[in-house]
Structure formats: structure tokens, C-alpha cells
Design a protein around this ligand. Structure first.
Ligand code: GLN
Length: 492
């Protein structure tokens, strides 16, 4: 696959008959074969299935010619259920789990003409920020293979960054689409809670989880969002909001953001942000200003509690969601003759250490006597965090989007933070608020550190206003070339 292959290039080349779906697919598979032994972005690769489907799309050209993702190779995070195709959530407990149904997003991608090339590595049950919690070993960052790609959707981010697929899906409970996108130099979008159906996504924190696209360009993210978004009877939390034609709106908009108001929580940027990251963010804000946007200071006074609140709410929900892995109905079952011992052994052997830590934390904060002090309090502060955003997005000084870094540092070294969970949790400082508040947020490449590691700018928008978010991100992208850069490993 050509390094500059984007979702739209692939689709347009298919339409113009300058490149068949099978040719594109073969290129992607060759790239995977060459690079994945070094990167380990994939848990499962489905070369034959992908090629057969691409050939079938070519054979029925007229049927697929107008499909928005015709012939586009897609890598799916391994916590998205795929019918007949192993879905592990990078956990031993689901190592041999083959779902009997497709996630709604998977069905929608295929209806739009996408070709699944494989399932990507991630932190176990999407719990982590570095991919090191995968039961199958970590993914490596294509920009520096001794570093993390981020997490939990690290395999998806690495796959897109290394040109193994122009599109991947990830899930984002506290930053897992945006942070790895940032650390690997690609675009990652977490939609508004309820924008995209969660049916068939292996649940982690059900009030926080969203599925989102990871792509090279903002335009690609817009194209894919329009395909996967929308109400789904199988997910009662999916919203009946109309889904705009995001990509056409970007084209018509022409990158015009004159008069837009961009909020910047300056006081948050003063602590803990790496100097190289800070420089890149400051420069990015100047690009937006030069395009005619106004920068406005915003206060998010409760943001400092976001990590604490997130790790109470997310673990509480996880402890409840993961109760279903009991060895009885599906997944791994330990060999045991007595029922209670079977539960205990199955879970002791099936779950990794971080998942166990979260189940214990979550069970603790929900238990009688602690519920009020931890879980209930966290929910109250969650409301205060949401109000901060509502205040910034409404009222007399309302802003259209809020800008900040996606991650306070660039990719850190594998092994550097594994023994210090708190340090690892702090990687999520800028991302968890959007999940707690249910707001859409995007990470776009905005520069490099002195070590040639990618930096990402995060924009957060109003509820269900992905259109404005994409418009500002697209305007930024038009004036910068960061997104066109490729890691050395993928250049050839
Ligand atoms: N890094 C965060 C965590 O460990 C977020 C994970 C996610 O978004 N799935 O929970």
C-alpha cells in the first residue's frame, strides 16, 4: 500500500477503476506480513477471508461503486465482536471465543464496503494506556519500537500509522482511541456518548465506552463516522439524533473557521505537560488563530478531580461488567469439579493482574459502607465536571471547541511505567473528562518532539456536535503537514 493511502484515496481509486479492491487488499496484507512481526499490532490476521471479500467486491463492481468505504481495508480492535472470527479482548479468558454475531459497527462497515483484514491487539479488556496489559504481549510504536503505541487501542493506532490499513476502529472509555492515536501520529475520534452503537463491543465501563475511528486524516474520520453513527435498536443508549454528512460539510466549509471561538484551559497546561508537547500545542493554537479563530481562556475548575473520578466510576462499572466471565457460558473454564472453586480458578487463571486490580477496586467502591464515600461521591463530582463544560460551551462567553494536549507526554518506553499504576493512570489526565461528560473529542497530529515522536492536539466539542469538531480539526490539518509524515519503519 502506498504510504499516503487514505480511506478516501482507496475508495476513489476503486470507483475510478484505477485500483481494484483486491490490489489494495494485497498491498495491505503484504505490509502487515512485513511489519507485524516487529510491531505486533494484530492478534488475528484474516488474509484469505479479506482477499476473498475484496475479490467479490471487484466482481460486483456496480453494486459497490457508490459504497462509501468500497474496498477499504479495516483493522478492528479485538474487543469488537465479529461473527465467526475470534474476539479475545486480548484476554486469556476469551482466547478462544468466537462470537455468534457482529457488532453493529462491524456490520455497518461491511455494508459500506469495508474489508476486514484482522483484529488488533489492545490492553486486556481495554484497561490500560500502553498495550502492556495485553495477555499476548504489547504492540510496539512504529515511530520507535522500544516505545509504547499507547493504549488501549494501541494495535489499531500502530496499524494505521504503519500503513497496514488506512482505517482502524478503537474503543474509548477514558482515552483509548485518542491517546494511542496521539502517540502514533494519527487521527482518533471519540464520538459523543450515544452517537455510535455499542452493541457487540465487549463492555468495560458502560456509561463511558464509545467506539471511534482511527485514520490518517480528519476527512477520513468524518467519512467513517457517518457510516458507523446513528440509532440502533440493539443499543438503548444509542441516540436518535440525525447523522449529518460530515465529509461533504468539510468540503463545502473549505476550512473556514473565521469567527470560531476556541477555549483553552491555560491553567491546566502549566503543570505536568512535557516542554516539547507544550511547544507543539502552543504552535498549533497559533495556526488556528491565523485561520481566524479567537482563543479564549476557559476554566475547568473540577478537571483536577477527573482522574480520581474516572478510576472510581470505570472500575465500578468494570467490576460489574466482568462478572459474566465465570467459566459457565462461554470463554475459558478452569478444570475443576466443584462449582465455586471452578469460578475462582477460572477467574484467577483467565484474568491478568491489571484486570484483577480493577475488579477489586470496583467491587470495593461499590460495597456497602464505601458506596456513599466513593462511588456516589464520584458520580456527584462527575456532574460538576460536566457542568464545567456546559458552562464553557454555553453562556455569554461560549466557545465552540476546547483545545488541549491529548497526552501530557509523547510515547514512553515499554516497561517504564508498568510497576507504577498511578503513573500510568496519569497518562489519561487530558482524555478522561470527555468520557465522564459524554462529549465528543478528537486527537490530531500536531508536531514532533526532539526525539521524533508524534504529539497530538485534542479538541473537545459540544454534545452531538462532531460537525464543528471536525470542521476545526480539518481547518488545522489544511495548514499543516504533520499528518502526512510516516514512521521510518513504514517508508519504502
Ligand atoms: N487508559 C484508560 C484506562 O486504563 C482508558 C482506557 C480506555 O479508554 N479503554 O482505563
Amino acid at each position: 500500500m502506498n504510504d499516503t493511502m487514505t480511506v478516501r484515496n482507496v475508495r476513489d481509486a476503486f470507483r475510478a477503476r484505477t485500483r481494484s479492491a483486491a490490489e489494495t487488499c494485497r498491498d495491505a496484507l503484504a505490509r502487515i506480513e512485513r511489519l507485524d512481526p516487529q510491531l505486533h499490532a494484530f492478534n488475528t490476521i484474516v488474509a484469505d477471508r479479506a482477499l476473498a471479500r475484496a475479490e467479490s467486491i471487484d466482481r460486483h463492481f456496480d453494486r459497490w461503486r457508490h459504497a462509501p468505504l468500497a474496498g477499504v481495508p479495516v483493522a478492528l480492535k479485538d474487543n469488537l465482536c465479529t461473527r465467526g472470527l475470534r474476539t479475545t479482548a486480548s484476554s486469556r479468558i476469551l482466547e478462544r471465543f468466537v462470537p455468534p454475531y457482529d457488532a453493529t459497527v462491524v456490520a455497518r462497515l461491511e455494508t459500506a464496503g469495508a474489508v476486514i483484514v484482522g483484529k488488533t491487539n489492545c490492553d486486556e479488556f481495554a484497561m490500560g494506556s500502553s498495550n502492556e496489559n495485553s495477555a499476548f504481549g504489547p504492540t510496539r510504536n512504529p515511530w520507535a519500537v522500544d516505545r509504547t503505541p499507547g493504549g488501549s487501542s494501541g494495535g489499531s493506532a500502530a496499524a494505521v500509522a504503519a500503513g497496514m490499513a488506512p482505517l482502524a476502529l478503537g474503543s474509548d472509555t477514558g482515552g483509548s482511541v485518542r491517546q494511542p492515536a496521539c502517540l502514533c501520529g494519527v487521527v482518533g475520534l471519540k464520538p459523543t456518548y450515544g452517537r455510535v452503537s455499542r452493541y457487540g463491543l465487549i463492555a468495560f465501563g458502560s456509561s463511558l465506552d464509545q467506539i471511534g475511528p482511527m485514520t490518517r486524516s480528519v476527512g477520513d474520520a468524518a467519512t467513517v463516522l457517518a457510516v458507523i453513527a446513528g440509532e440502533d435498536p440493539a443499543d438503548a443508549t444509542s441516540a436518535p439524533e440525525p447523522v449529518p454528512d460530515y465529509a461533504s460539510a468539510l468540503e463545502q466549509g473549505g476550512g473556514d473557521i473565521r469567527g470560531s471561538r476556541i477555549g483553552v484551559p491555560w491553567s491546566l497546561l502549566d503543570q505536568g505537560v512535557d516542554a516539547d508537547v507544550r511547544r507543539a500545542i502552543d504552535a498549533a493554537l497559533q495556526v488556528l488563530r491565523a485561520r481566524g479563530a479567537t482563543l479564549v481562556n476557559v476554566d475547568l475548575p473540577h478537571a483536577k478531580h477527573a482522574i480520581a473520578v474516572y478510576y472510581l466510576v470505570a472500575t465500578a462499572e468494570a467490576s460489574s461488567n466482568l462478572a459474566r466471565y465465570d467459566g459457565v457460558r462461554y470463554g475459558y473454564r478452569a478444570d475443576c469439579t466443584e462449582l465455586r472453586a471452578m469460578y475462582a480458578k477460572t477467574r484467577a487463571q483467565g484474568f491478568g493482574p491489571e484486570v484483577k486490580r480493577r475488579i477489586m477496586l470496583g467491587t470495593y467502591v461499590l460495597s456497602a459502607g464505601y458506596y456513599d464515600a466513593y462511588y456516589l461521591k464520584a458520580q456527584q463530582v462527575r456532574t460538576l465536571i460536566l457542568r464545567d463544560y456546559e458552562h464553557a460551551f454555553g453562556g455569554p462567553h461560549a466557545v465552540d471547541v476546547i483545545a488541549m494536549p491529548t497526552s501530557p507526554t509523547a510515547a514512553f518506553r515499554l516497561g517504564e511505567r508498568v510497576s507504577d499504576p498511578l503513573q500510568m493512570y496519569l497518562a489519561d489526565i487530558f482524555t478522561v473528562s470527555a468520557n465522564l461528560a459524554g462529549l465528543p473529542a478528537i486527537s490530531v497530529p500536531c508536531g514532533f518532539t526532539a526525539d521524533q515522536l508524534p504529539v497530538g492536539l485534542q479538541l473537545t466539542g459540544r454534545r452531538f456536535d462532531e460537525a464543528t469538531l471536525l470542521r476545526v480539526a480539518d481547518a488545522y490539518e489544511r495548514d499543516t503537514a504533520w499528518w502526512t509524515q510516516h514512521p521510518p519503519i513504514a517508508r519504502r
